[in-house]
Design a binder for this molecule. Structure first.
Ligand code: HEM
Length: 445
């Protein structure tokens, strides 16, 4: 045995007097299971029980380090807005304990990348500031015409398909990809590769989306899982290293040019920071919006009265319908924070060093905030969605996502004469980002 110590994830301190409640014992394995996220009713039931019986619940699920599950809207906000006290750097998302150990052993820390969601201030703020302006409403607005043109192309494509398609696979999946790739300045011919790579990162737990299908089998090798993700990242790196060189030589009006030429404290940003930046914008900008675009359409197809309201007045209804789609689908299922000090939350004593799981789908069904939270209503207003998070890490692309979705809902529902489900929809198995995988539809234009 070598005497060189291998870096390990921090042990979560355990208070020996702390026990999981009955509600936590019944639900903690469910709320981390990728499979359960493909069956939202099961998840909704688990979260409803936690909100009612143990809203800040100590959970020790099999195969994961323990955490506090934060399931009430107000508590998710309270944690999210205190970015110094509750940080991202140590553990920003759920990962199997074995996978965390392997990343530590390889990198000496918790991450393979340095994306915005893995960083804390001051570095987080400085990097975010580089592209922030690009995603503010005034700047997003300047791209509205281009976005509406893309929305029209996709609805034209749907019309050309005759009267049946898979709305998720044929429309919702590709439309936001085209928008974000245009903003990054990635050419159309490279989109299929980008789609595959972003899905391998975000849908990494779904056997249909993962790079190495054998990883979905029981007892799959965690080392193999890590090297599969690393292969995906290596491909991203190769691609964006070329983009960086190009944009340094030939600056353009795109986000890649901002990243490639970005400086922090007067120095160019490092290679890992730049690569991580491209990856977070490419990946976060696509699957999330695809999921909520499809999820909202599915919400309407399952509620004919809501569909009718939308079809009767697509322009008047699109703003509220989009936020309801994003609440209903909640594409990002969680982020995590780590407490830097002891803290009392809803009467529970969180200890310094412990992590908290911010359960966005639960916050979005919180009975204290939403009337009839389990009803899908295209005209819901007010609608205090927690889907984009809150505080210093609040989604950078939320104005873009809303505009994109408004554009395609207006285009689709002002043209389609009838639309209905033509088969059983299915959902992505992933506990981080997910939504519909397939929505078979029949329609007339
Ligand atoms: C962060 C959700 C679309 C880029 C986040 C966070 C959530 C989220 C929950 C973390 C917030 C927190 O920790 O408090 C969503 C949803 C979307 C969406 C539901 C679509 C409906 C987009 C788009 C982009 C984007 C279109 C394109 C640029 C980002 C980035 C971050 C982020 C860069 C990291 C921000 C930071 O850590 O400072 N998003 N997002 N997102 N999102 Fe989105």
């Amino acid at each position: 045995m070598s005497d060189t110590a291998v870096a390990q994830p921090p042990e979560t301190k355990k208070d020996p007097s702390r026990q999981m409640s009955e509600a936590a014992r019944a639900t903690s394995d469910l709320i981390v299971s990728p499979d359960v996220y493909a069956h939202m009713e099961q998840l909704d039931t688990a979260f409803a029980r936690l909100r009612a019986e143990d809203p800040v619940a100590w959970c020790e699920p099999e195969a994961f380090r323990p955490f506090w599950a934060v399931t009430k809207h107000a508590d998710i906000m309270e944690v999210s807005r205190q970015n110094k006290l509750f940080t991202n750097g140590e553990r920003e998302m759920l990962s199997y304990e074995t996978a965390e150990e392997r990343v530590y052993a390889q990198t000496g820390g918790p991450h393979l990348l340095k994306t915005l969601v893995q960083l804390d201030d001051p570095m987080h703020y400085k990097l975010r500031h580089l592209t922030q302006d690009w995603f503010m409403p005034h700047k997003v607005k300047t791209r509205e015409e281009a976005i509406r043109t893309i929305a029209k192309e996709f609805v034209d494509r749907m019309e050309d398909m005759g009267g049946e398609c898979d709305f998720q696979q044929d429309v919702a999946l590709h439309y936001p990809l085209r928008v974000i790739m245009q903003i990054l300045g990635v050419p159309v011919e490279d989109e299929p590769m980008m789609l595959k790579l972003t899905q391998e990162i975000f849908g990494a737990q779904d056997p249909d989306l993962m790079r190495d299908k054998s990883l979905s089998e029981e007892g799959a090798d965690a080392d193999k899982g890590l090297s599969s993700i690393q292969e995906t990242l290596a491909q991203f790196f190769m691609y964006f290293t070329n983009i960086t060189q190009d944009r340094r030589a030939n600056p353009k009006d795109d986000v890649s040019t901002v990243i490639a030429n970005g400086t922090v404290d007067g120095e160019p940003i490092g290679q890992l920071e730049a690569m991580s930046y491209y990856i977070i914008v490419a990946a976060a900008g696509h699957d999330t919006t695809s999921a909520s675009t499809g999820g909202g359409v599915l919400g309407m197809l399952n509620n004919p009265a809501q569909l009718k309201k939308m079809m009767d007045d697509p322009k008047g209804m699109s703003r509220t319908a989009v936020d309801e789609a994003i609440r209903w689908t909640t594409p990002v299922k969680h982020f995590m924070r780590t407490a830097q000090e002891d803290y009392e939350l809803r009467g529970r004593k969180i200890l310094k060093g412990e992590s908290l799981l911010l359960c966005y789908p639960s916050g979005n069904r919180d009975e204290d905030v939403f009337d009839d939270p389990f009803e899908f209503r295209v005209d819901r207003s007010p609608n205090k969605i927690i889907s984009f998070g809150h505080g210093g890490h609040m989604c950078l692309g939320m104005h873009l996502a809303r505009l994109e979705m408004q554009a395609i809902y207006e285009e689709l529902f002002s043209r389609v004469k009838s639309i209905e489900l033509a088969g059983e929809p299915s959902f992505i198995r992933a506990n981080f980002v997910g939504g519909p995988k397939s929505i078979p539809v029949r329609y007339k234009f």
